[in-house]
Design a protein around this ligand. Structure first.
Ligand SMILES: Cc1ncc(C[n+]2csc(CCOP(=O)(O)OP(=O)(O)O)c2C)c(N)n1
Ligand SMILES: [Mg+2]
Length: 388
């Protein structure tokens, strides 16, 4: 498969979907780059094998460990929300391979622009998972220094980070650096104007940016069929850069395809769209109840394609990992869960007025006014208390 043929590939239509965007049957598999089947079998790929050809058993175990620890951390965060320790949590359950594969493909000097769900990518960038929870607990606006790990703060305004990434990438090119930028976004975000503008700008300025779309099939309660009439990766063709669809539950394929796309960016060949075809196994966030809008069979069909299970099968079948490795990892997982729980519970409440700091470097009259209003509002409670 060449880059050109990838971009020019025809949309696949499921039976009976000639004019209307009919929903695919559960488990339907579109054309995609896959190196590890759901059954854990390594399959050859003429174009992308080269990007993982020298991967060692130790590195394979590392990818497995990353996915397991990320899933464990994510489960702990969901539990913490249920116990009232967090206001909200956006789970990545099911998307571990897309995030670990692409995250491990990045170089230290690359810059990453996430959404609010990229806990696995944060892990790969070296951000302490406990620090991801401050915003969800409502005690800070981020919790880490973006420039320490070249990992931007989480972005809730859907799609806006693709513009930030494009601008940053244009700057990287102007600096003459050979680092690359990667922007994460979802299938729902693909409908945002910001994403369309990012595609146009990055294409015409040949910006070194990879657009990594995790098509997890749902944008809250809206299925992908409501976002597009063509496979999402084909959008790239209209902007003049390549798009490729990868099995988002295959960590090896995600690693290989993202490496390829980042290398294109480094060589000055401009943007790439990667559509990681995956599934959001849990709710959109802890505020959502997916049983209201999707069938259990759909989730069950995707359970059979679990990203962690398939790598475990492969590791065991190829004798790359023994029982000792899995047992040790289990212990490490439990320790991570415990530590995260302790750190979160100990997070101090912020000073109420801290929100007015750092809005402008040198302050602003409007912020001063708002601070004064807030102070008066707070004081009004004190008066009430005294009056009683
Ligand atoms: C500009 C904007 N519009 C609407 C929302 C509300 N919103 C939050 S998440 C979401 C769905 C996003 O879906 P998708 O891009 O597929 O990402 P996913 O949550 O599935 O990872 C919406 C509409 C928002 N945060 N920002
Ligand atoms: Mg989505």
């Amino acid at each position: 498969m060449t880059v050109e043929s990838t971009a020019a590939r025809k949309p696949r239509r499921s039976a009976g979907s000639k004019r209307t965007a009919a929903k695919k049957p559960p488990g339907a598999q579109p054309d995609l780059v896959q190196l590890l089947t759901p059954e854990g079998k390594r399959v050859k790929n003429g174009e992308f094998d080269a990007y993982v050809a020298d991967i060692t058993p130790e590195e394979l175990r590392g990818l497995y460990r990353d996915m397991v620890l990320t899933r464990r951390f994510d489960a702990e965060a969901t539990a913490l929300q249920r116990q009232g320790e967090l206001g909200l949590w956006a789970s990545l359950l099911g998307q571990e391979a897309a995030q670990i594969g692409s995250g491990r493909a990045t170089r230290e000097d690359d810059y990453v622009f996430p959404t609010y769900r990229e806990h696995g990518v944060a892990w790969c960038r070296g951000v302490d998972p406990a620090n991801l929870l401050g915003m969800f607990r409502g005690v800070n606006n981020g919790g880490w220094d973006p420039n320490s790990n070249n990992f931007h703060l989480y972005t809730i305004v859907i799609g806006s980070q693709t513009l930030h990434a494009t601008g940053y990438a244009m700057g990287v090119a102007k600096d003459g650096a050979d680092s690359a930028v990667i922007a994460y976004f979802g299938d729902g975000a693909s409908s945002q104007g910001d994403v369309a503008e990012s595609f146009t700008f990055s294409a015409v300025y040949n910006a070194p940016v990879v657009f990594f779309c995790q098509n997890n099939q749902w944008a809250i309660s809206e299925p992908t069929e409501r976002q597009t009439r063509v496979p999402l990766y084909q959008r790239a063709q209209g902007y003049g850069f390549p798009g490729v669809r990868v099995d988002g539950n295959d960590v090896l394929a995600c690693l290989a395809v993202t490496k390829w796309a980042l290398e294109r960016a480094r060589r000055g060949e401009g943007p790439t769209l990667v559509e990681a075809y995956t599934y959001r196994m849990g709710a959109h966030t802890t505020s959502d109840d997916p049983t209201k809008y999707r069938a259990d069979e759909e989730r069950e069909a995707w359970e059979a394609k679990d990203p962690i299970l398939r790598l475990r099968t492969y590791l065991e079948a190829s004798n790359h990992a023994d029982e000792g490795f899995f047992a040790e990892l289990e212990t490490e997982s439990e320790a991570l869960g415990k530590r995260v729980r302790e750190v979160v519970r100990a997070m101090p409440d912020p000073d109420r007025f801290a929100i007015f700091e750092n809005v402008y470097a040198d302050g602003h009259a409007l912020v001063d006014e708002e601070r004064a209003q807030f102070a008066a509002y707070q004081a009004s409670f004190a008066d009430e208390g005294e009056g009683k």
